[in-house]
Ligand binder design. Structure first.
Ligand code: SF4
Length: 427
C-alpha cells in the first residue's frame, strides 16, 4: 500500500535529514513544478487531483487557491500561511508530519506559494510543539543553504522567504481568520467574511491558509501526477488520509491509509482492537467537534461524503472512542469544558451559552439536574448551532452533545434518578 506522506517517518521518532529526503526523491516535485508548470497550471493540477483541505473543513484546495488575484494587476505582496495550530482534543496527525518529515512540508509550502505567487510564507505553529519547532528551524536552514528556499530557488527566478511563528496557544487560532489576526499581533478573534482571506488576508493582502497535511500532499501530486494520486484512494474521494485513534484500544496512534478506509479496519486492524474488557459504545470520527457515530456505522468509508451522510463529519479523521465503561455524559462535559474555556468571547451565544452548557451538565452529574434541563441542553444545541454564531467553534462544540443526547439519552436520564448518583458517577 502506497503511503506517500508518511513513507519517510521513522519508527524511532528521529527526523528526516535533507540528505535522506533528497535520496528518497525529495524536492523532485518542486523541481518539476518550477521547471515545467506555470502557477495557473499548478492550480489546475491541484484542482484536477480533487485534493480537499485536511484541516477539518474539507474545502477543495485548488478551488480555494483560484480565488487569489493573479496576473500583472494582482497585489505584489501575497502570503501563504501554514495552519500548524493543532489544538483540537484527540488530534495529533500533523505533529507526526512536522516532527518526522519537515522537508516534505517545506516542499509543499514552496509549491503552494509558487502556485499563488506568494513570496512570503509563515508556518503558524502550536506553541507546545517545541520539538517540531526545533526540527522545522533546522530544516528551513538546510533548505535555504541548498537554494531550495530563499532568493531565486533552483535558479528559477522564484523567491520565497519562509518564516516560523510559534503561537502563544489558543484553540481559536486554528480558525483561519483568527490565526491571521494573531499573526498580526492582534487579539485572536475571527474576522467577518467577506472579504475572504484569499482577497484580503494577512496585513490586508491576498492570503491562503492551508493545513499541514494538505500541503504535504502537494510534492507527491506534482511529482507523480493526478491519476496516480486518485488511484491511492478506496472511495470516490482521492488520495490518502492520516487517520488516528485515541481511547481504550490496544495501540492508539495514527496511520496513513487510503481515503475511504472504514473505521472498523482502522480500529480493529491498525489500532489492534478494543482493550480486553472494553466494548465500543460510540466514536467521534473526526476529533472533538464532530458528532458521535455508533458501532453500526463502523463499515462506512471514512471519507467526507460518507461520514456526512451518516450524520457526522470526517473533520481531521482522528477518532476518539467511547467505550462501555466510560460515561458519555462525563465525556461530553469534559469536551464542553474545553470549548467553553477556549471561546474567544466575541459573540454572546458562544461566550454565555458554552458556560451554561457546562453548568447544566455539572448539575446533572452532581444529582441536581431537572428533567427540563435535558430539553434546555437540546435547545442550546440549536441556539449555538450553525448560523447563530460568528465562527464554527460553538457549532462544533455542540456536535458531540447533540449526538450524545440522541444516541445516549438513557445515560443522561439515569442521572435524574437520585439513587443512581454516586459521587458524580453512575451507580
Ligand atoms: S463562536 Fe465563539 S469562538 Fe467563534 S467568534 Fe463567537 S465567541 Fe468567538
Amino acid at each position: 500500500m502506497d503511503a506517500p506522506l508518511t513513507r519517510n517517518i521513522k519508527s524511532d521518532g528521529s527526523t528526516v535529514t535533507l540528505a535522506e529526503y533528497l535520496a528518497g526523491g525529495g524536492y523532485e516535485g518542486l523541481k518539476k513544478t518550477l521547471a515545467e508548470f506555470t502557477p495557473l497550471e499548478v492550480q489546475q493540477r491541484v484542482k484536477d487531483s480533487g485534493l480537499r483541505g485536511r484541516g477539518g473543513a474539507g474545502f477543495p484546495t485548488g478551488l480555494k487557491w483560484s480565488f487569489v488575484p493573479m496576473g500583472e494587476d494582482a497585489p505584489k505582496t501575497k502570503y501563504l500561511v501554514v495552519n500548524g495550530d493543532e489544538m483540537e482534543p484527540g488530534t495529533f496527525k500533523d505533529r507526526l508530519l512536522l516532527e518526522g518529515d519537515p522537508h516534505q512540508l517545506i516542499e509543499g509550502v514552496a509549491i503552494a506559494s509558487y502556485a499563488i505567487q506568494a513570496n512570503v510564507a509563515y508556518i503558524f505553529l502550536r506553541g507546545e510543539y517545541r520539538l517540531a519547532a526545533a526540527r522545522l528551524r533546522r530544516a528551513i536552514a538546510e533548505a535555504e543553504a541548498h537554494k531550495l528556499l530563499g532568493e531565486n530557488i533552483l535558479g528559477s527566478g522564484f523567491s520565497l522567504d519562509l518564516r516560523l511563528h510559534t503561537s502563544a496557544g489558543r484553540y481559536i487560532c486554528g480558525e483561519e481568520t483568527a490565526l491571521l489576526n494573531s499573526l498580526e499581533g492582534k487579539r485572536a478573534t475571527p474576522r467577518a467574511k467577506p472579504p475572504f482571506p484569499q482577497v484580503s488576508g494577512l496585513f490586508g493582502k491576498p492570503t491562503i491558509v492551508n493545513n499541514v497535511e494538505t500541503l504535504c500532499n502537494l510534492p507527491h501530486i506534482l511529482r507523480n501526477g493526478v491519476e496516480w494520486y486518485q488511484s491511492l484512494s478506496r472511495s470516490g474521494e482521492p488520495g490518502t488520509k492520516i487517520y488516528g485513534v485515541s481511547g481504550r484500544v490496544e495501540r492508539p496512534g495514527a496511520w496513513e491509509l487510503p481515503m475511504g478506509t472504514t473505521a472498523r479496519e482502522i480500529i480493529e486492524e491498525h489500532a489492534g482492537g478494543m482493550r480486553q474488557g472494553y466494548r465500543l459504545k460510540g466514536y467521534l470520527p473526526g476529533g472533538a467537534s464532530t458528532d458521535f457515530l455508533l458501532p453500526e456505522h463502523l463499515d462506512i468509508p471514512m471519507d467526507y461524503g460518507s461520514i456526512a451522510k451518516a450524520g457526522s463529519r470526517l473533520g481531521t479523521g482522528t477518532m476518539i472512542l467511547l467505550d462501555d465503561k466510560t460515561c458519555p455524559v462525563q465525556m461530553v462535559l469534559n469536551l464542553e469544558r474545553f470549548f467553553a474555556q477556549e471561546s474567544c468571547g466575541w459573540c454572546t451565544p458562544c461566550r454565555d451559552g458554552l458556560p451554561w452548557t457546562v453548568s447544566l451538565l455539572e448539575d446533572l452529574i452532581a444529582g441536581r439536574g431537572r428533567p427540563e434541563d435535558l430539553e434546555t441542553l437540546a435547545r442550546l444545541c440549536g441556539l449555538l448551532g450553525p448560523g447563530n454564531t460568528f465562527c464554527a467553534l460553538a457549532p462544533g462544540a455542540m456536535e458531540p452533545l447533540q449526538s450524545a443526547l440522541k444516541y445516549f439519552r438513557a445515560d443522561f436520564e439515569r442521572y435524574l434518578q437520585p439513587q443512581n448518583i454516586n459521587g458524580g458517577a453512575h451507580a
